[in-house]
Design a protein around this ligand. Sequence first.
Ligand SMILES: *Cc1c(COP(=O)(O)O)cnc(C)c1O
Length: 425
Amino acid sequence: MTFSNTLEYARQVDEQDSLKHFRDKFYIPMVNGKESIYFTGNSLGLQAKTTQDYVLNELEDWANYGVEGHFHARNPWVSYHEIFPEILGTIVGALPEEIVVMNQLTVNLHLLMTSFYRPTSKRFKIICEAKAFPSDQYAFQSQVKLHGLNPDDAIIEVQPKEGSSYIKLSDIIDTIKKHGEETALVIFGGVNYYSGQVFDMQAICKAAHEVGAYCGFDLAHAAGNVNLELHDWNVDFACWCSYKYLNSGPGGVAGAFIHQRHISDSSLPRLAGWWGHDKDTRFKMDKEFHPIPTAEGWQLSNAPVLSMSAHKASLDIFAEAGMHNLVAKGKMLSGYLLFILNEINKNSSEKLIEIITPLNETERGCQVSILMLKDGKKVFDELIKHGVIADWREPNVIRIAPVPLYNSFEDLFNFGKIMQESLLG
Ligand SMILES: *Cc1c(COP(=O)(O)O)cnc(C)c1O
């Protein structure tokens, strides 16, 4: 791919983009009376224009039917969550029975760790990435303490090599081998939220299984962004949120995956609730818990339909666009962004910016994280002034996520121009 840093080029690529009409399906926030350049789809994805109708439908059905809506709504609420596994299966690479939409991400992480982190005196360690998202770190620590163990002994973080900003696969594998039979669980983000590094989930999972450990992934930054084949990779469990790349609204309902080989294992310990109980006998309200023999068996509560309706609005768009097309465009967008950033360095006598996301295409999705070597905060403020909505991370990192559903190559060209002008004057 030969890129070119001109407006004509960017517009030409947009023109040839088979996904270009999807941008019109979203509300782009306005800044100073103009459409912003929105690069924070990795933090809160934009609202689809259809979302309001989907939510309104449920509000209307609630008004019209009251409790009868559980059975008589256009999408009966009692089974509303059953809509999702089919579509999500194409996004995360899983069988429908391996997926359930429920709760929030950190809640699901805890529920799944309850089943899959069961330390013994010999096998008790959790291997994870250094700089995991804080909520995940707190979840790991509190799970360890819940079992009466000390996080300092039990949590092993794999660090990037000195001078590098991301973690080498061989260091992950070596760490897993080194801790071997003491390893209870290997758990990574599919994509690290800070560096944007995509981990080789298949290789990590294989290494975990070779030492007899379980392997799980937090896919908050991966779901809807990169190619996932959870079933084929033999991943034991995974969870994700729906409000980042999946555009399902602030605090939207989350998702979970449990591999087929575990879903009907009723001996797996779990925190149970009535919505995970066998559907045929759920309303008999019996004392004994019989889990549904699918991922649904991990459900606790009846489903948050309003939030799910926003999720459905978004996933219907994903189904139309096709995950493979989105992954391909996402990589092309981040590739073009890397090219533009490199041009800025080339136009300066000193190095102004450093990319901390892997350059290698298999190790990145849409997101590119930029370490600002000079005037970081000043440049960021300048970006805001010019209508660029991006993400600032202390001490000096700007994260840019051009999203294939609604960002364009022209967005990236314009961003590059603003960045260059604020750095080089
Ligand atoms: C965004 C994100 C979260 C947020 O957790 P919630 O429970 O949805 O608030 C957790 N973990 C990771 C890796 C994230 O990227």
